[in-house]
Design a protein around this ligand. Structure first.
Ligand code: F0G
Length: 459
């Protein structure tokens, strides 16, 4: 018989203490951080769900790899190992190491972008959009319409709207479309998967119009899990083979290795075209480092090579996706309004629905991240009008389509009892939520304001 409980498929060899704080202490810490969890000290956080990026626990094999890292400036053995692993997975001939995902994005999108160019994606992640807009180009999101309603359950809510894609390419003129970027899973769209059928359709349109297709593959293993279990046609393929099928459809990929390569730092750019790769390589050498290390140490590259293989292990992926789903299902049962179905790396709460008494202009997502910290010492991130809001000419807020809060679960870090605690904290927040208030911004930068903006509570 099979048991209901899915155990963590690892034992813990090394532990990191968590400082248990009181509600009174947290109240002060939150004031000192201007109600922005990004400005909190990590030591004051008990459960850190700010991001799943760079927060994985590495395996014993990866740590052993760290000791074997070859720190040679050129032609390092660890680079050759990483290059071999990435090439086999991506089917790309040209691999450029970078210190993290956004460095790969900056190199590729600054080269392809510029004024008059358009990029089209299921949803551009914030650093992706920022890099594109910084080059002077435009970034257009065309997720499928099913993705717009948080509570609507649909198996591949990360899909890109192929009808709109073809229309947009024709409208803009194919030569002005710098690239189509398929982000798997669709992080800003709720960590929702993209189906292989959708990727194939997108690829066919891109090939027809000779538009470059780039895979943002930082969660490609998690995406493969959903394909295997939700897309009957591909259920016989391994997770690794499913990922390979995705790469075959694309002209290249950017990866933040800090997610599905199970490391704390790293990334790469993978390309099939030599001319494009050569141009990017020059930028890499000018700004990141020589072509055989990018911004990485040999030990980082060794850990990436190992992690990128471990992530496709079936027991790991099953535990990973099921444990995130478990948290989501329990919250759903409590009545927390969620983005459904539960995504791969995170649970997304619909804060606008959770606090109907807080107007969108007062950032209900910020209220939830502050409540989570105040009541439970839990850190999460707002993915709504703080992150994506803009102002019109009269400085009036143009809100984001949704006000979500993301609880991103680090890989192999927290145990079942941590998760049970989070569920209890949500019960407390639900009980007290009528008392919660909105926020206004007192200071903000021009780009990526959510990282450093300062807030004050509406009284
Ligand atoms: N693309 C996607 C889809 C991402 O989720 C991220 C990072 C990046 C690119 C950039 O990679 O951080 O290595 O430079 N996402 C993190 C997050 C920060 O919390 O979701 P990076």
């Amino acid at each position: 018989m099979s048991f209901k409980t899915i155990i963590e498929p690892f034992k813990i060899k090394s532990v990191e203490p968590i400082k248990v704080t009181t509600e009174v202490e947290r109240k002060n810490y939150l004031v000192n951080a201007f109600f922005n969890p990004f400005l909190l000290q990590a030591d004051h956080v008990m459960i850190d769900f700010l991001t799943d990026s760079g927060t994985s626990a590495m395996s014993a094999a990866q740590w052993a790899g760290v000791m074997l890292g070859d720190e040679a400036y050129a032609g390092s053995r660890s680079w050759l190992h990483m290059e071999r692993v990435v090439k086999a997975l991506t089917h790309c001939e040209y691999i450029l190491p970078t210190h993290q995902g956004r460095a790969a994005e900056r190199i590729l999108y600054s080269h392809l972008g510029g004024k008059g160019k358009t990029f089209i994606s299921n949803t551009h992640f914030d650093t992706t959009r920022a890099n594109i807009e910084f080059s002077g180009a435009e970034a257009i999101d065309i997720p499928i319409k099913e993705s717009k309603i948080p509570s609507f359950d649909y198996p591949f809510k990360g899909n890109l709207d192929v009808e709109k894609l073809e229309k947009l390419i024709v409208e803009q003129g194919a030569k002005n479309v710098a690239a189509v970027i398929l982000t798997v899973t669709n992080n800003s769209g709720g960590g929702q998967p993209v189906s292989l059928a959708n990727a194939k359709a997108v690829s066919a349109i891109c090939r027809k119009h000779r538009v470059l297709l780039i895979l943002d593959c930082c969660r490609v293993a998690e995406n493969a899990y959903f394909i295997k279990h939700r897309e009957e046609e591909f259920s016989k393929l391994s997770y690794y083979e499913i990922a390979q099928e995705m790469f075959k459809l694309c002209d290249g990929a950017v990866m933040s290795a800090k997610k599905d390569a199970l490391v704390n730092m790293g990334g790469f750019l993978a390309l099939k075209d030599k001319t494009l790769a050569d141009a990017c390589k020059s930028l890499l050498i000018i700004t990141e480092g020589f072509a055989t290390y990018g911004g990485l140490s040999g030990r980082d590259m060794e850990a990436i090579a190992i992690g990128l293989q471990e992530v496709f292990e079936p027991d790991y992926l099953k535990y990973r996706i099921r444990s995130v789903t478990y948290l989501g299902e329990k919250m759903h049962q409590l009545g927390v309004p969620l983005m459904l179905p539960i995504g791969g790396h995170a649970v997304y709460v619909d804060a606008r629905a959770m606090y109907p008494h807080i107007p969108v202009e007062e950032y209900p997502g910020q209220t939830l991240v502050c409540d989570l910290y105040h009541y439970g010492g839990i850190r999460a991130v707002e993915v709504g009008s703080v992150m994506f809001g803009k102002y019109d000419d009269d400085k009036k807020l143009i809100p984001a389509p949704n006000d979500l809060v993301r609880l991103a679960i680090p890989r192999r870090v927290y145990t079942q009892s941590h998760i049970e605690y989070v569920i209890e904290v949500f019960q407390k927040i639900l009980n007290e939520k009528e008392k919660s208030k909105g926020f206004y911004i007192i200071e903000e930068p021009l780009f990526l304001r959510h990282f450093t903006a300062k807030f004050e509570r509406v009284e």
